[in-house]
Ligand binder design. Sequence first.
Ligand code: SF4
Ligand code: SF3
Length: 539
Amino acid sequence: MSMFCYQCEQAAQGTGCTKIGVCGKQPDVAALQDLLIHALKGVSFWAHAARGQGRKDQEVDRFMLDGLFTTVTNVDFDAEDIARILRRAGEIKEKARVLAGPVAGPVPAAAEWQPAANLAGLVRQGEEHGVQDPTIDADVKSVQEIVIYGLKGYAAYAHHALTLGAESDEVYAFTHQALAATLDKSLGLMDFVNLALECGRINLVTMELLSQAHTGRYGHPVPTPVSLGTKQGKAILVSGHDLRMLEELLKQTEGKGINIYTHGEMIPAHGYPGLKKYAHLAGNFGGAWQDQAKEFGNFPGAIIFNTNCIQRPADSYKERLFTWGLVQWPDVKHIDGWDFSSVIRKAQELPGFQEQPGKEILVGFGHNAILGVADKVIAAVKAGQLRHFFLIGGCDGAKSGRNYYTEFAEQVPKDCVILTLACGKYRFNKLDFGDIGGIPRLLDVGQCNDAYSAVQIALALANAFECEVNDLPLSMVLSWYEQKACAILLSLLYLGIKDIRLGPSLPAFISPNILNVLVEKFNIMPIQTPDEDLKAILG
Ligand code: SF4
Ligand code: SF3
């Protein structure tokens, strides 16, 4: 059985995974995910038509977030679970069809799709609806996929926002419009280019919604030291991006002698007043996601994933591993809903940590915290003490070429400040960078979705210096891995940001012609060596 997937930076040979995913995705799961995208296009065909007549449905809209997020890299590896979502997609599509009523013109096959009766049948259907489609022009296909990956990316953020009770009709309307557009044979390249930029705008809307949901519930992040050491006591490790899930776990473990540790993209949680107030939010454990298999064996407690990036669990910790939300791995215990008692029981059975003091690193430099010291920052720039800002951020990953980001950060001259976000920061966030007149040289803005915060910082600086963002002494050196990074990149392009350096390699789904357009219009460029890039930026 073969497959084809090229949606992430790990795509085999830089072109696509064809036998098994480098991420561990099996061909049957790949086929089911392809079928899910096909099914979602069908749902959106009807939902978009219904919206044209002023009718919409909350269940249909919200289902789109679940469906799209399920297909993001390193989220759901469980064929049975995706089959369940597909059966649900069949029901939701019928609901949307009734909502739309009769439509003029041809009805595409995706809108007529019915789920096969069993898993094997669904896999066969999926194989007929793979990503590759020789009937579509290569450049159109490339931009269609860019749009779809952008949708997947912001669906993850919209999903987190919804967990906190925030949602936006604009996001749902665009999701349906864009997916329905991929079925419309009358549309051409420029239509999809415009949809891609609009996808970037909608991702900004979504990231803002999520940022407001986070700060509304937990307050604005404040600069906070995070311990890399351990506290005496039982332990639970939380990995992923979902702060609400962490909050519920903190509540349910209060006073039980269990300490909660953050992993990967959960580290910004320590900066939020509404989360740091829990004394048993003890510290951060391990590096970025790709190190989990070698690190989790050393964690003497229960471990739970609430979003990507999960990897094939090693036997050394599989039995104490849990998933929550949309994350699933075959034979790993899944928590449905908000009752974490089985995770707590597991932590209580395990030895936990001895006290081991460790280094502390600083988090919590969201836009509110940075803009709070904007006067100091601006004065330092005007006095020539602060020469340049570098935003070095994005996803981490397993490729050796990612050492670039460590070396780059180390080589940034002492009179420059580094802003960082997302899990790529683990390449350098434990190094000492010192400060410039009290301003730390490494400012951790937060999770990948806090790219919204970074944009706010850039806009405020541009305002203070009465210039455009592109004219600021600011350079973006980004790393990408999965589809949330695609959504963020589209947002930056929508904002007209130029000269972005992107690595460790360029996406396989960008066709040569589309790459030329990106280079011409936005001067986007692949990373070279830290030395060459720093020279090019600073002169
Ligand atoms: Fe390969 Fe990435 Fe697709 Fe996994 S998500 S199959 S690693 S391209
Ligand atoms: Fe990392 Fe998976 Fe993308 Fe939120 S945790 S940035 S890769």
